[in-house]
Design a protein around this ligand. Structure first.
Ligand code: PBG
Length: 332
C-alpha cells in the first residue's frame, strides 16, 4: 500500500522539509538509546585499557575497567552490554575447556558487573572461537568442524554464563540444533527467564576482520568459516534460519553483519514480527572511523545515519561499538 500525492503544486513534498520542527514532527523512525547494545572486549589484568588497533576508539578492558564502563553505560541509558573475552593464548586448547570454566574471564566480568549495576542487561557470545587453539567456533576433529560435539560444549558454556548471571545468551556459532539444546538445558536448570538472542542469520563475512584482531583470534584461525556461517548470496536461507531458531526457543533474532545485509533485516521483520537486531560489526565500524579520521566523511553524521538505517529497515535495536558515543550525542 503506497500513499498518493496530489499533483504539483497542490503537493509540494518540500513543505514538510522546511524546518527542523516540521522534519522532527514528520520523521517516521527514531533512534534512541533504548535501541543500543554495546559490545565490549574484556582482557586480563587490572587497571588495563588497551586500544584495538584496527578499531579506533575501541578498548580491551580489564574486569575492573569493564565495570566502570558498565556503570557509565547504565548512566547513559544503554540497556545492555555484550561481553567478548580476549583469552590469553595459553588458555586456548583443542578441547576448549576454558569456555565453560565458571571462573573464566567472561564469567568473572558478568559477576563483577552484576554486583555493581544489576539493572544493566548482560549479553554473552556463545561460540568456541575465543578458546579454540585453531580459532574456529566449533571443535575441529580430523579437519572437520563437528556439529553435535560442539553443541554439547556450547550448552555447558551457556549454563556457566547463566549461573554467572547473564541475562541474554547470544549463540554466534551457527551450529545446527544449538538453540533448542540451550533452551532445554536452561529450562531444566531453572533458568526460565534467561533470554536467547540468536545470531540466526550470520554470514561468512570479511567484515569481521578487526574483531578477530580484537579477541586475538586472527592469528589462530586456520581456513575460513564457510562450512557453518552463511553464504552471502542467500536470503531465503536466512528466513529459514530465523524460523528454525524461533521454533527452537529463541526470544530474539539477529542478522549479522548489518549494513550489507539490510535487505535481510527488512524481510525478517516483515515476515516474523519478532524482536529483530542487527550487528553493526567491527569492519563496518572500522570503515566509518577510518574515513572519518582521514577527514573524508563526517564521522558523527555517518554514524547516526548508518544506525538510523537499521531502524528504518525494521530492526528493534543494534549491536554497535558506537553505543556510548551515540548515547552521549542523543542525550545532548
Ligand atoms: C565469534 C564472533 C565473531 C563476531 C562476533 N562473534 C567473529 C566470527 O564469527 O568470526 C564478529 C563481530 C564483529 O566483527 O564485530 N563467533
Amino acid at each position: 500500500m503506497t500513499s498518493t500525492l496530489a499533483p504539483f503544486p497542490a503537493a509540494r513534498p518540500r513543505r514538510l522539509r522546511t524546518s527542523a520542527a516540521i522534519r522532527n514532527l514528520t520523521r517516521e523512525n527514531e533512534l534512541s538509546v533504548n535501541d543500543l547494545i554495546w559490545p565490549v572486549f574484556v582482557r586480563d589484568g587490572k587497571g588495563m585499557e588497551e586500544p584495538v588497533q584496527s578499531m579506533p576508539g575501541v578498548l580491551r578492558r580489564s574486569v575492573d575497567k569493564v565495570v566502570e564502563a558498565a556503570i557509565e553505560a547504565h548512566a547513559l541509558g544503554i540497556p545492555a552490554l555484550c561481553l567478548f573475552p580476549y583469552t590469553d593464548p595459553s588458555l586456548k586448547t583443542e578441547d576448549c575447556a576454558e569456555a565453560w570454566n565458571s571462573d573464566n574471564l567472561c564469567n568473572r566480568a558478568i559477576r563483577a558487573i552484576k554486583a555493581a549495576v544489576p539493572e544493566l542487561a548482560i549479553m554473552t557470545d556463545v561460540a568456541l572461537d575465543p578458546y579454540n587453539i585453531n580459532g574456529h567456533d566449533g571443535f575441529v576433529i580430523d579437519g572437520e568442524i563437528r556439529n553435535d560435539e560442539t553443541v554439547e560444549a556450547l550448552v555447558k558454556m551457556t549454563l556457566a554464563q547463566a549461573e554467572a548471571g547473564a541475562d541474554i545468551i547470544g549463540p554466534s556459532d551457527m551450529m545446527d540444533g544449538r538453540v533448542g539444546a540451550m533452551r532445554s538445558a536452561l529450562e531444566a536448570r531453572g533458568f526460565h527467564n534467561v533470554k536467547i538472542l540468536s545470531y540466526s542469520a550470520k554470514y561468512a563475512s570479511g567484515f569481521y576482520g578487526p574483531f578477530r584482531d580484537a579477541v586475538g583470534a586472527s592469528g589462530a584461525l586456520k581456513g575460513d568459516k564457510k562450512t557453518y556461517q552463511m553464504d552471502a548470496g542467500n536470503s531465503d536461507e536466512a528466513l529459514r534460519m530465523i524460523a528454525r531458531d524461533l521454533r527452537e526457543g529463541a526470544d530474539m533474532v539477529m542478522i549479522k553483519p548489518g549494513l550489507a545485509y539490510l535487505d535481510i533485516c527488512h524481510q525478517v521483520k516483515r515476515a516474523y514480527r519478532v524482536p529483530t537486531f542487527a550487528y553493526q560489526v567491527s569492519g563496518e565500524y572500522a570503515m566509518i572511523q577510518a574515513a572519518a579520521q582521514n577527514g573524508w566523511i563526517d564521522g558523527e553524521q555517518v554514524m547516526l545515519e548508518s544506525l538510523m538505517a537499521f531502524r528504518r529497515a525494521g530492526c528493534d535495536g543494534v549491536l554497535t561499538y558506537f553505543a556510548p558515543q551515540v548515547a552521549r550525542l542523543l542525550n545532548g
